[in-house]
Design a protein around this ligand. Structure first.
Ligand code: NAP
Length: 283
């Protein structure tokens, strides 16, 4: 039951589409018998400042932030945590004593899901497909955990080069994913990650261009896309004898970290994961 004592959190984005986060978080709140409710909130770009001010005065405890507001929201917040500062984007807001604090739980969620699957990171090489917002969190997380090299391939070499310049040092290397050089580098990767939306429902037959024959057979293929759970990228990797990991683990982990920031309670990870799997297998 929602009353005037219920603590509210939500997700802001545009167009919001069908977000799985409300069901995932509400399942967690119910399990821990917390008087919290998570609501979807469609916020048009022009209304972002008013929406943040509105959430604050309405007494919201926090919010998740999704496309297209992850970067634009920064100027409307009072503070940024180190995670958001490093990535340059916010996916979680906490309202605390009248102040709004921005966090980014994507990098930690991604890393959590890799370790949960027993994938070592330190001193290894990752091949990353795509150079957008999620890729930035992935690279930040990998660098913080001692990756030796990240080769970033995407369709537009100028954009990849610009992307790579955001990271200091020389561990992040840009590449045109259609080039011969990229094909040669494929064999050097222990982890190959899709951070493009290619393969996401409803365009489920699409996938980034990977010559799987050239990929190291001991590599792990990781897809940030979680709907469907088995993307064309992962199915093709598996057909070549390569171990696969779907993005739903990251979705749950980044959500669990946000849950803990809002409630101060340990997130019921298994309950939240089961809810996501239930939603993704029935759709
Ligand atoms: P984004 O900022 O829009 O970046 C997407 C990247 O994919 C860009 O490099 C883009 O290249 C490339 N791309 C897009 N469409 C393409 C196409 N048709 N052909 C080739 N390249 C294409 O998106 P994002 O925020 O990084 O999200 C990427 C994916 O990760 C989404 O599917 C999102 O749902 C997923 N994600 C999952 C989680 C999770 O918890 N599992 C968390 C965050 C994101 P251009 O710049 O050239 O367009």
């Amino acid at each position: 039951m929602i009353t005037n004592k219920t603590t509210l959190v939500g997700i802001i984005g545009w167009p919001l589409g069908h977000s799985l986060s409300p069901d995932m978080h509400n399942a967690g709140f119910t399990h821990l018998k917390l008087d919290y409710a998570y609501v979807p909130l469609s916020v048009h770009t022009g209304n972002l400042a008013a929406a943040i001010a509105g959430l604050k005065v309405l007494g919201f405890r926090g919010a998740n932030v999704t496309i297209p507001h992850k970067e634009a929201v920064i100027e409307h917040l009072d503070e940024l945590d180190a995670s958001a500062m490093e990535i340059g984007a916010v996916n979680t807001i906490v309202f605390d004593d009248g102040r709004s604090i921005g966090y980014n739980t994507d990098a930690e969620g991604f890393i959590y899901s890799l370790y949960a699957a027993n994938v070592p990171i330190a001193d290894n090489t990752a091949i990353l497909l795509g150079a957008g917002g999620a890729a930035r969190a992935v690279v930040a997380g990998l660098l913080d955990n001692g990756i030796s090299k990240v080769i970033v391939g995407a369709r537009d070499i100028d954009k990849v080069t610009k992307f790579v310049h955001q990271f200091s040092g020389n561990k992040v290397i840009p590449c045109d994913w259609q080039s011969q050089q990229f094909e040669q580098l494929l064999s050097t990767g222990e982890i190959i990650i899709n951070s493009t939306p290619l393969g996401m429902y409803p365009e489920i037959s699409s996938a980034p261009p990977v010559n799987w024959q050239a990929v190291n057979k001991k590599a792990v293929a990781y897809d940030l896309v979680y709907n469907p759970l088995q993307t064309t990228f992962l199915k093709t990797a598996a057909a070549h004898g390569i171990r696969t990991i779907s993005g739903e683990g990251m979705l749950v982990a980044q959500g669990a970290i946000a849950f803990e920031l809002w409630t101060g309670e340990r997130a019921p990870f298994k309950v939240m994961h089961a809810k996501i799997l239930e939603l993704l297998t029935k759709s």
